[in-house]
Design a protein around this ligand. Sequence first.
Ligand SMILES: Cc1ncc(COP(=O)(O)O)c(C=O)c1O
Length: 391
Amino acid sequence: MPISKKIQDFMQQSSWIRKMFEQGTLLKNRHGVENVFDFSLGNPNIKPPESFSKTLKLIASDNCSHSYMPNNGFIHVRKAVSDYLEKEQGVHLTANDIIMTCGAAGGLNVILKTILNPEEEVITPAPYFVEYNFYVDNHGGVLKTVNTKPDFTLDNKAIEKAITKKTKAVLINFPNNPTGRIYSKESLNELCSILRKKSLEMENTIFLISDEPYRKIVYDNYKVPSIFNSYEESILTTSYSKDISIPGERIGFIAVNSASKDNSDLISGMTLANRILGFVNAPALMQLVLPYIQGHTSNISIYAKNRDILCQGLAKIGYEFIKPEGAFYLFVKSPVQDDTKFVNELQKELILTVPGTGFGCSGYFRIAFCVDEKVITGALNGFKRTFDKFK
Ligand SMILES: Cc1ncc(COP(=O)(O)O)c(C=O)c1O
């Protein structure tokens, strides 16, 4: 075999999300795009804000720089990002606390590359974004999952129990993919007290990493708390992929808490990691657009409407779920424990979803509702017929 054993294994277990996406392509070729209800991928379907396209045109026609740059990104861009974060989260940050990255995925890899020694552990609440397994493994670490409570809120006692001498970080994601949960300020504070206590006990700093690409996609005026106010040794990564609908452009950033005692080491290490992971720096053109669009979003009210139509339709049929507070996913209880079986049955109705098993949580399936409203309304009859089969 020309490829490594590890990649062969990873390809076997590889993301359910991708598998369903590929299956969708097959079904669309066979039945026509309009007849397949594809809820498999978190690929935003609404346009970026007009300010993004306008600024991009202006920048591109303005002799902009295409040269190498500092590996952490243009200083004026980092300053625009830190100024915005200060306002958004009520924290103190400077341009020096920011590293521009190739999306949140790039950010996570840079963080993990910088902090992990071989065999060190990263704890994450499940269900979770499964790519975390690969990212942690990329840098020699071990991902340890801890179930959330049945309502998908943090089970801080379980996280506390999972902490060992080898724990390097706890990695959280909110608004959450796949559950749509936003962790409360109180539960974050409780988690941070545990991390402080355990860091002392283990004589090791345990970092809190927060992966927040859905921070601006929230419903019903939910507030997303800031980890920086709760814990000094915290690192945030995010991107513009989801909230301004540009995942293909690969642009995001890392912010390191200015109060961290390791701040300057972390920043130096991450700047080097950005380079040696082969990203070198985040895309120049995209960086140059950012100072003009801080705080702008796509039209999130479209996702809010999708969420309501989907939740009302599925509840009427009898499906059980917790209404998402943010992001654009609905995590639904499978009417049978074998979620893969149920997802396969939905496929017979040309409805593509992802089994909860693919997020480390069997007995559920995920619906990505960043799709045209017609896809949701068109799929409801198929959702009903499949539900009725298992009554
Ligand atoms: C929880 C989570 N983290 C990170 C990412 C990666 O985002 P990006 O496209 O910004 O790299 C995703 C993408 O779906 C995600 O859902």
